[in-house]
Design a protein around this ligand. Structure first.
Ligand SMILES: [Zn+2]
Length: 753
C-alpha cells in the first residue's frame, strides 16, 4: 500500500498548477479552524445569515486594506494582460495536453483545478438513480408532449405560446432550450438511448441548419443573416450550452463545426452585465464559446470573448463586485451573470475576474441566502425570510454558477454549497413522482393558497402551486428544473491535472474515466448519502496503475475517517479540503469514507425586502421594506436542512389541524446532545418520502403564533411555552413545512455578536 498521507498537503499544492496562480484570498484554510471548535467552526461553514462569516471565498478579509493593495497591483496589470491577449500574445495554447487525461485540445495557460468529464462518464446509482429515472418518466421525459413551447421551440415555426414571436423566437426558445439541455444531459447520465434520440431529433436540425447556411449563422439559423441580440442572444446562449453537451456526449464533429461556425462570427458586442435589473445578457454565451474554443481552437472565438469581457461598461460593472458594489436584481440574471468573469479568468489571466465572481457569491449569500442553499428571488432578490420564495430557475442557475467556480478554483466549499442546494432546494419544488413542480419554494409553507402569499409581483397566481407546467403562465421553471439532476451528477467526479480522479460531490454514483497513463478505471460509490454517513468506493482499474484519488472532506465534517482495504488512513485534508490518496490501485481495492454528521443549529435574522426593489414589488406594503431583525433558527445535519413536516394530502393540500406553532429550544452555545437522530432503512425505491429514513428529534416549546405574509416570524425570541419534542425530516421530503423556526429566549444567541 502506498498511501501518501503526511506529506500530501505540500505535494498537492504544487501539483495543482492552477492553484499557484491563486491569491491568498482564495486559500481558505484559515476559514476552517482545524480544531473544529463548536460554533466557530460551524458558523464559518454556514453562509446563511447576514452577519456570520460566510463560507467560501472571502471571509472577513474581503474588504481589508491587504486585499485592496492586492487589487491595485492586479488592476494595474490587467489592462496590460488584456491588451496583450488582443494583440495576439497568448496566455492560451494548445500546449502539452497529450499526457493529461481529459484535457481539451486547447487549454488555457491558467489551469482550472479540475477537468470536467463528459456527460455520461458519471452515472447515478442507488436512490439518486431512482430519482433521475422519475425525472425521465415524468417532466423531463415528456414535457414536449404537454405544451407547444416544448413541442415547437427551436423549430423555426410560430409557437402557440405566451411570449412567442411570429418568427419562431421569443420566450419559447429560452424555455425549450432549458428543457432540451436538461433532457439531453439526463439522457447521457442515464445512458438512456430513447431520451437521447428524442432530444437529438430536435437538436440535429439546428446543427444541420447552421452547417448548411451560406456563411456565419446563429443557432436561430432559419433567420438568414440574423445576429441575435438582447433576449434572443440570451436564449441563444442556452442552446449553445445544449449543443456543447451534445458534442461532449457524442464527439460528433458536425456539432463542433456548427458551434465553431456560429461563435467565430458571433457579434462581438453581446451586451453588458446589469446586476440591478432584469436585463438578460447575450454575454451568457461566453461559456459555450470558451467550451467551443477549447475543442475547436478557432482563435476568432477567443478574441470575441476577451473583447466582450474587456468592454469598458462590463469591466466597470465587475470591478465593484469584490467590494460589494452590487444591486439586488432578478436572481436568475444575477446567478447567470455573476459566473461570467470567473469563466473567462483562466483565459484572460486577470485575477480580478475570479475575484469578481467570488465577491458576487459572497454578497448574495450575505444578503439573500435561505437555509436550503439558494438565494431568495421573487423573481427579484427578496432578502431573508421564512416566506420568501426562490424561483426554481435559481436552483438551476446557482448550481451552474457554483460548478464553474468549483471546476476553476477547486475548493471543497463549492462542493458544500452545491450539495446543500441540490439535496434541499433541488428536491422540494418537484413532486415525489416528478410529474408536477412549482415555480416558487419557500423555507416555510403552510397552505397552497396563502402563506406564503400566492401572488408576488411575478409571475402571478399559481406561483407556489404544483402543476405539470409549474406556473402555467410562465414556463421557465418547468424547463430549467430538468437541468438540476444531470448537472449535479455530471459534477460528482472530475479529473485532476496529475491524471487522478476527484470525488467532488457525494451520493451513489459510478464513474468511468482515464487515470495514470490513460488507463480506464471505474469507481463505484455505494452509499445512502446524504441520508447515511458512509460511502464505499470500489476501484477497478483496467490494469494495476498508480494515480491519486482526491476525496473531498465536507466542511461540516469534523472527524472524517477513511479506510483503504480495511486499514485506517490518516484523513487530513489539504488546503482545498481534499484528502489525496496516492497509490498503485488494483482491481478489488476498496475505500471507505465515514463522514460523521452532527446536528447544527444555525441562527439568523429575517430581514426586510430590499428597498432597491420597491418599484418591482409595487412599493407595498410599506412594512415589507422597513428594517427588521426577526430571529430564527434552522437545523442542519450534514448537507441536509431539516424541517417540521406538515403532512400533505397532495402537493397542494396540507392535512388539516396539524400543529406547527413551535419555537426551537436547543442550547445556543454548543451541541448539547438535545437533538437526537433515528434512522430506518432506505425505501426500496426513492421518492423523497415524508416517512423519511432519517429523523431528528429536537426540543421545542409550543406557543401561539400568527404569521402573516408581511411578517413570517415573531419579533422577539419566545419566552414561554409548553415543552415538546419535534420530529424533523429532510426539507426535500416535505411539501408543507417549517424550516425557519421561531426560537426560544433560552436558545437564542445573536449571531452577529
Ligand atoms: Zn423560472
Amino acid at each position: 500500500m502506498n498511501v501518501v498521507i503526511g506529506d500530501f498537503c505540500h505535494y498537492a499544492v504544487h501539483r495543482r498548477l492552477g492553484n499557484e496562480m491563486l491569491p491568498d484570498l482564495l486559500r481558505r484554510a484559515d476559514n476552517f479552524p482545524p480544531d473544529g471548535g463548536d460554533d466557530g467552526f460551524n458558523q464559518a461553514s454556514i453562509p446563511i445569515t447576514p452577519v456570520s462569516p460566510p463560507s467560501g471565498l472571502a471571509t472577513g478579509s474581503f474588504n481589508s486594506l491587504h486585499l485592496e493593495s492586492k487589487f491595485l497591483a492586479v488592476i494595474s496589470s490587467r489592462l496590460l494582460i488584456i491588451a496583450a491577449l488582443l494583440s495576439g500574445a497568448s496566455l492560451c495554447c494548445a500546449g502539452d495536453v497529450q499526457n493529461i487525461n481529459h484535457a481539451r485540445p486547447f487549454e488555457p495557460a491558467i489551469k482550472p483545478a479540475f477537468l470536467a468529464l463528459a456527460p455520461g462518464a458519471v452515472e447515478p446509482g442507488g436512490w439518486l438513480r431512482d430519482w433521475a429515472q422519475s425525472a425521465r418518466d415524468g417532466i423531463t421525459g415528456h414535457l414536449d408532449e404537454w405544451h407547444p413551447t416544448f413541442a415547437d421551440g427551436w423549430k423555426g415555426i410560430p409557437v402557440n405560446s405566451r411570449g412567442a414571436n411570429p418568427d419562431g423566437t421569443g420566450w419559447p426558445i429560452e424555455q425549450s432550450a432549458y428543457w432540451l439541455d436538461g433532457a439531453l444531459r439526463l439522457g447521457f447520465v442515464l445512458h438512456d438511448e430513447a431520451l437521447i434520440r428524442k432530444v437529438r431529433a430536435r437538436l440535429d436540425p439546428i446543427v444541420d441548419g447552421v452547417n448548411k447556411a451560406d456563411f456565419g449563422a446563429s443557432f436561430i439559423y432559419w433567420k438568414k443573416d440574423f445576429k441575435p441580440k438582447g433576449f434572443d442572444s440570451w436564449a441563444h446562449s442556452q442552446m449553445g450550452r445544449a449543443l456543447v453537451a451534445l458534442y461532449q456526449g457524442t464527439s460528433d464533429k458536425r456539432v463542433l463545426d456548427a458551434l465553431s461556425k456560429v461563435y467565430s462570427d458571433y457579434p462581438a458586442n453581446m451586451g453588458t452585465i446589469t446586476m440591478g435589473g432584469d436585463g438578460v445578457s447575450g454575454l451568457c454565451n461566453l461559456d459555450a464559446m470558451l467550451e467551443t474554443y477549447s475543442y475547436g481552437g478557432d482563435r476568432r472565438i477567443l478574441d470575441r470573448v476577451l473583447r466582450a469581457i474587456a468592454q469598458p461598461e462590463v469591466d466597470n460593472e465587475i470591478q465593484g463586485w469584490p467590494s460589494g458594489r452590487l444591486s439586488p436584481g432578478h436572481v436568475v440574471v444575477f446567478y447567470e451573470n455573476m459566473r461570467l468573469p470567473a469563466i473567462v479568468y483562466p483565459w484572460s489571466g486577470d485575477l480580478h475576474h475570479l475575484q469578481a465572481t467570488a465577491g458576487a457569491f459572497q454578497w448574495l449569500e450575505q444578503q439573500h441566502m435561505l437555509p436550503y442553499g439558494v438565494a431568495s428571488g421573487e423573481e427579484f432578490a427578496s432578502g431573508i425570510g421564512a416566506f420568501r420564495k426562490t424561483e426554481t430557475c435559481n436552483v438551476t442557475a446557482m448550481l451552474l454558477a457554483a460548478s464553474w467556480m468549483y471546476r476553476i478554483e477547486g475548493g471543497r466549499d463549492w462542493g458544500d454549497r452545491m450539495e446543500r442546494a441540490f439535496f434541499n432546494a433541488g428536491a422540494a419544488p418537484v413532486a415525489r413522482d416528478f410529474q408536477t413542480m412549482c415555480y416558487y419554494q419557500s423555507p416555510n409553507r403552510l397552505d397552497s393558497k396563502a402563506l406564503p402569499c400566492e401572488q408576488p409581483y411575478s409571475p402571478g397566481a399559481g406561483g407556489i402551486r404544483f402543476d405539470r407546467l409549474g406556473c402555467p403562465a410562465v414556463l421557465c421553471c418547468v424547463g430549467a428544473v430538468n437541468r438540476i439532476i444531470p448537472n449535479y451528477v455530471m459534477h460528482m467526479w472530475m479529473a485532476t491535472r496529475d491524471n487522478g480522479l476527484a470525488a467532488t460531490l457525494y451520493g451513489p454514483s459510478t464513474v468511468s474515466a482515464l487515470v495514470g497513463q490513460g488507463v480506464p478505471v471505474r469507481v463505484v460509490a455505494s452509499t445512502d448519502y446524504p441520508f447515511g454517513e458512509t460511502i464505499r468506493m470500489d476501484v477497478t482499474p483496467e490494469k494495476e496503475t498508480a494515480f491519486p484519488l482526491y476525496l473531498r472532506v465536507p466542511g461540516w465534517c469534523k472527524q472524517p475517517r477513511i479506510t483503504i482495504n480495511g486499514k485506517m488512513a490518516t484523513a487530513v485534508p489539504d488546503d482545498k479540503g481534499f484528502v489525496i490518496i496516492e497509490r498503485t490501485w488494483k482491481k478489488g481495492d476498496e475505500v471507505k469514507l465515514f463522514f460523521p454528521m452532527n446536528p447544527l443549529v444555525v441562527r439568523g435574522f429575517e430581514t426586510e425586502f430590499p428597498s432597491a426593489n420597491r418599484k418591482y414589488f409595487n412599493f407595498e406594503p410599506n412594512s415589507l421594506f422597513q428594517s427588521r431583525r426577526l430571529p430564527y433558527a434552522s437545523v442542519l445535519y450534514g448537507p441536509l436542512l431539516f424541517s417540521l413536516p406538515i403532512p400533505d394530502v397532495d402537493a397542494n393540500t396540507p392535512e388539516k389541524d396539524v400543529r406547527w406553532k413551535f419555537a426551537l429550544d436547543t442550547d445556543a452555545r454548543k451541541d448539547d446532545g438535545s437533538i437526537t437522530v433515528t434512522r430506518r432503512s432506505m425505501p426500496a425505491r426513492w421518492d423523497w418520502p415524508l416517512n423519511a429514513p432519517i429523523r431528528l428529534h429536537a426540543p421545542a416549546k409550543a406557543f401561539d403564533w400568527q404569521p402573516t405574509d408581511a411578517q413570517a416570524l415573531p419579533e422577539q425570541p419566545v419566552k414561554d411555552g409548553a415543552p415538546e419534542t419535534l420530529s424533523l425530516v429532510p426539507y426535500g421530503c416535505t411539501k408543507f413545512r417549517i424550516s425557519m423556526f421561531p426560537v426560544t429566549a433560552r436558545a437564542w444567541r445573536d449571531p452577529s455578536k
